[in-house]
Design a protein around this ligand. Structure first.
Ligand SMILES: [Ca+2]
Ligand SMILES: [Ca+2]
Ligand SMILES: [Ca+2]
Length: 282
């Protein structure tokens, strides 16, 4: 089993090489299996690539390099059957993401022991990666994620995003799309099929571009409310942990003339340092 999951992690690592010099380089991390152990190696490899360690600080910050949302600390007042506000993770717990959907809102699943059934009422289809709570859009299979300097209205970008899907049973119906700061699609990838109640990790790191928006498409079906889906046929998929690089302020791309001046200035500095170090006693 361990060997199998390691194999899945290794084949899950693929690199989309740049066809020309300015194209972004995007490295995909993916795996799927029956339980948390089957995808943990891939999740850990993604964590290592993004940086920031394994001990969470305040607001899901890992060393100022990475943020994570596992939904498990969301209070019952914002959990099923109560809606989760799309800005919960920039206002209540400022982690720098704001969620939107063409549907009617979001739900985080309830903990055991309350009046509301756990796992959105589907204990034979879903399981958590991190216990106990899961996340879903309501009346839609689309969740858009936008990035902000945490706790502010200042738009930001990120260089990596990944998440765990739950119960992916049909190929091609669950995927991630990354858009750059101009809202141009830079990457699209299907989640690996995990089978009933299984877990799928999908994520990617980006260099040479920035992620301004992530569109998550989770199956063909929808969660309508606890125990109710949009139709009896299509694959329903929900989500657990989100992982992403620390949102960074968007900086203007320097004009070529500015870059030339900067390079000229750096050359001047190097020449000055050389002159200085050539002086006796410097
Ligand atoms: Ca299922
Ligand atoms: Ca969780
Ligand atoms: Ca399913």
């Amino acid at each position: 089993m361990k060997r199998l999951s390691m194999f899945a992690a290794v084949i899950g690592l693929s690199m989309a090489c740049a066809a020309w010099a300015d194209a972004p380089v995007i490295v995909t991390y993916e795996s799927a299996g029956a339980n948390a152990a089957a995808i943990t190696a891939t999740r850990d490899a993604f964590r290592s690539a993004v940086g920031g360690g394994t001990a969470a600080g305040a607001n899901g910050s890992f060393g100022g390099l990475r943020r994570e949302i596992n939904w498990d600390g969301v209070p019952s007042t914002s959990s099923d059957p109560n809606p989760l506000a799309g800005n919960f993770f920039n206002a209540n717990s400022p982690r720098g993401v704001v969620l939107s959907t063409p549907g009617t809102g979001f739900l985080v699943s309830a903990n055991a022991g309350g009046a509301t059934p756990v796992l959105f009422g589907f204990p034979n289809d879903f399981q958590p990666f991190s216990a106990q709570k899961l996340f879903t859009a309501v009346n839609s299979n689309i969740t858009d994620v936008r990035f902000f300097i945490p706790g502010t209205a200042t738009a930001a970008s990120t260089s990596a995003f990944g998440l765990i899907f739950v119960d992916v049973e049909v190929a091609g119906a669950t995927h991630l799309d990354f858009f750059d700061m101009s809202d141009t699609l830079i990457w699209s990838h299907d989640a690996a099929v995990a089978g009933n109640q299984g877990l799928s990790f999908l994520g990617a790191t980006v260099s040479g571009s920035s992620i301004g928006r992530v569109r998550i498409t989770s199956g063909l079906n929808t969660i309508v409310s606890n125990g109710a889906v949009g139709n009896p046929n299509d694959d329903v998929v929900v989500m657990d942990d989100f992982l992403y690089a620390e949102p960074l302020q968007v900086t203007a791309v320097p004009e070529p003339s500015t870059m030339a001046l900067t390079a000229f200035g750096l050359l001047g500095l190097v020449a000055a340092r050389r002159r200085l170090s050539a002086r006796p006693g410097a």
